[in-house]
Each structure stands twice: as C-alpha cells, then as structure tokens.
Write a protein that binds this ligand. Structure first.
Ligand code: SF4
Length: 285
C-alpha cells in the first residue's frame, strides 16, 4: 500500500518529456572531432540499465532514445530494445552504423525501432570527420537496415567549409531509399570545443539554414529534409553514470536534475530529483 502511494506521488510530481536520450555506454568505435559525448569508458551493465528504463517509464517517458557513445557496442542492446518494447515503450536508436550484428538487426525490426544513422558525406569526407575508416561499413549497414524493413533515416553534422555535403547526402538518400535526412549544424560542445575551423559565423549559419530550407522545398514529397539544432532547446539525457541531465548548447549551461536511483523504491533520492526537475521546468516555461 505504501509503495502504491509513493508511485502516485511520483507520477504527479515528476514532469519528464515523452522522450529521453539514454546513454548506454560512453565507449565508441569512432573518433569524431566534434563528438558531443566523447568516449570515456563508462558502460553500465544490463541489470542497471533495465532499472533505469523502468524508472523512466514510470516517470512519463514513452520513448527511450538509445544513444552514446556508440550504443551498438553495448552487448545487451538487443535485449534492452526488447525490454522496452515488452513494457509498452517505444525505442529509437542513433548510431554511427559501423557495427550492426544480426541479433541487433532482428531486434530493431521486431521492436519497430526507428534508427538514425550518422553519415557525414562522401567516403573521404566521412572518414576524415569520424576519424576512422568506416564509410563502407556504415553504408553497407544502412542497406541492411533498409532491406530488413527497419525505419531508417540519416543524420549529418555539417561543419563550416563543407556545406557541399548537403547535395551529396540528398542524392545518396534518394538513391538508397532513405526518406528522412536531418541536418545538424556543428555546435562547439564536447570535443567540438577544440575545432575552431568547424565553427560557422552567424552569416554562414543563416546561409546554411537557407540552403536546408531550399533543399527541403526541392525534395518535398521525396525526402523529408530537417534542420536539427541541438543548441536550440535543452534535451533530457540519461548519462551512462545514471545522471539525468538537461543538456544545453554548452556544458556550462547544463543542469543535472538528479541521479536515477539504483532501485525504483529509493524514495529520498527520487524526491530530491522531483523538486529539482520541477524548478527547472518552471524556469523554462
Ligand atoms: S559523435 Fe558519435 S560516433 Fe562520433 S565519436 Fe562521438 S559517440 Fe562516437
């Protein structure tokens, strides 16, 4: 009875969005210079991650957006997708597409997971941007995802001096049968703070946005071209160490809301989390 009361109280007080980014690992098989969440080795086990998923689903989150690091490196990812699906949640996955084991492909299909693959341009540019020779693996796995029937889109980080890749990417998407392309203008957080040559001036940024707008019109009905600016609005992220963070344009603007309790009945820590979240949401509205 006491446990039921706690749950009712939590559901009333906590105010999370319907989707949260869920970092299952901070390992990665690429070395992108603009990485927002650079590899640092943290990788919780399956049991801990399932507890965090339970907690999120109990706090209004409906879609678990698996991200990293590189989430496909976590050996339990397929199992975690099935776990969310079995509890009535939805999954999304953002991946660099370098590794795509068969069991993961099957789980993605079985759980109707939407997959976003990072592809940054032609072979030379993509490999230079991600810091490893991976273009062939990534494009091969995009084909495997599509032929398996997994809903697949592409996202691309655009850096200053390389806006030409938008034309290359649209051609690639049309040819490969991809129906959505998300364009991410470079933002200088994470490793990107050390990449001054990638930074857009205000004018260049406006021009890029206009280019994306024109591309969207040009391909309307054939390709859904989107502008996805991570600096526009903070997003809820569960870090690999269990912290729930409102991630903003720069690290100094991030707000740590709480650490997800190790057990869903950990009432005192959960309450602290609720109060902080309510304050932050109050400020943002
Ligand atoms: S941006 Fe993604 S793929 Fe690139 S190093 Fe960071 S986590 Fe890995």
């Amino acid at each position: 009875m006491a446990k039921q009361k706690i749950k009712v109280y939590e559901q009333r007080q906590f105010d999370l969005p319907e989707m949260a980014c869920f970092r299952v690992t901070r390992n990665c098989n690429a070395r992108c210079r603009f990485c927002l969440a650079p590899p640092e080795g943290e990788q919780p086990d399956e049991y801990v991650l399932k507890q965090r998923i339970d907690w999120l689903l109990q706090h209004n989150v409906k879609t678990i957006h698996f991200c990293g690091g590189e989430p496909t490196l976590h050996p339990a990812l397929a199992e975690l997708l099935m776990y969310v699906h079995g509890r009535g949640g939805k999954n999304r996955l953002t991946t660099n597409g370098i590794a795509m084991p068969d069991n993961l492909l099957s789980a993605l299909h079985a759980t109707a997971t939407e997959v976003k693959v990072s592809l940054h341009g032609d072979q030379d540019h993509h490999n230079a941007i991600v810091g490893v020779t991976s273009f062939k693996h990534t494009t091969h796995n995009i084909k495997r995802l599509i032929s398996t029937g997994v809903k697949t889109s592409i996202q691309s980080t655009i850096v200053a001096g390389h806006t030409w890749v938008i034309d290359w990417l649209t051609d690639y998407c049309i040819e490969a049968g991809v129906r959505r392309l998300s364009i991410l203008p470079f933002i200088p957080r994470g490793n990107g703070k050390d990449c001054p040559e990638y930074v857009f001036s205000a004018l260049q940024r406006r021009q890029l946005r206009e280019q994306v707008k024109q591309t969207r019109h040009k391909y309307s009905g054939r390709l859904d071209v989107r502008w996805l600016d991570f600096s526009a609005q903070p997003i809820h992220v569960v870090e690999a160490d269990g912290s729930l963070i409102l991630e903003a344009a720069t690290e100094s603007m991030d707000v740590t809301l709480c650490h997800i309790p190790d057990k869903t009945t950990d009432q005192p820590r959960s309450n602290a989390c609720q109060q902080k979240s309510a304050q932050v949401h109050g400020r943002m509205r």
